[in-house]
Design a protein around this ligand. Structure first.
Ligand code: SF4
Length: 251
């Protein structure tokens, strides 16, 4: 059966049916709608004021790649400027390839890129060194717990280094749902109570952070990357199989 016509332009054939609305759209109309929704998220939430210098936490993965691309498209309407900030955790066999993808993006999109390394910020400690030191101690499943804390700090340092006023990260709706579920399974009432906002306003002297893709499903993030032919790194971190996040459904 042939695909129905795009319900927006009525000219091209639909390439997908949106999970959220059931709307059948062609690739270009889907991308336009996706960008308009991110714009609405930013404007309605007053996340990034005109004149903001925005540090995009760039990992080379699909989420931060889509985030950087969409914000770059929206830059003239938002009146912001973008900087890419990447964190080198020191993970052999993984991060170098991911950073290569970030470098290609920075060159293609003509965005300034700064890379901050755990080894420089944390007295020579890399994630590989942390993993070695926790191996066999019964704490090996905590690699991502350490990394999450260090990464947040490193991104803050990198953002300050480039003169950013705001930080954005690529968390999507699936990530947010996972976080709620994890906190529920852990019985972490404090985090459950704090969650749900679009970001943090910058308490304790930290830069304000937000998640402009927070209402976009992972499926649509991947589809946007596909239709915009974005170049991103899709391999999993070598420590990801030990993480609680992808394993909670098996606990
Ligand atoms: Fe860090 Fe874990 Fe992410 Fe790897 S999977 S980069 S160790 S948080």
């Amino acid at each position: 059966m042939p695909a129905p016509p795009c319900s927006s332009c009525h000219a091209a054939r639909a390439a997908l049916r949106r999970p959220s609305s059931g709307c059948a759209l062609c690739g270009p109309c889907f991308c336009t709608a996706f960008e308009a929704e991110v714009l609405h998220t930013v404007l309605a939430g007053r996340l990034l004021p005109p004149g903001a210098v925005v540090a995009v936490g760039a990992s080379g993965g699909k989420d931060s790649t889509v985030l950087a691309h969409v914000l770059r498209e929206l830059t003239p309407r938002l009146g912001i400027s973008l900087r890419l900030v990447a964190v080198d955790e020191g993970i052999g066999g993984y991060r170098d390839a991911a950073l290569a993808a970030v470098r290609r993006q920075a060159a293609r999109w003509e965005l300034p890129l700064t890379i901050v390394a755990y080894a420089d910020l944390f007295g020579g400690w890399t994630m590989d060194a942390v993993a070695r030191s926790t191996a066999g101690s019964g704490r090996s499943r905590s690699c991502c717990t350490f990394c999450g804390v260090l990464r947040r700090r490193a991104l803050e340092e990198g953002a300050r280094l480039v003169g950013a006023t705001h930080i954005v990260t690529g968390h999507n709706a699936d990530d947010m749902a996972e976080t709620v579920l994890m906190n529920f399974l852990r019985g972490d009432v404090g985090r459950l109570a704090r969650g749900g906002g679009l970001g943090s306003p910058g308490e304790g002297g930290a830069l304000p952070r937000c998640r402009p893709l927070q209402f976009a499903s992972q499926k649509e993030v991947v589809l946007y990357a596909h239709f915009r032919r974005l170049d991103y790194f899709s391999e999993e971190c070598v420590y990801a199989p030990e993480a609680f996040r992808p394993n909670y459904s098996n606990t």
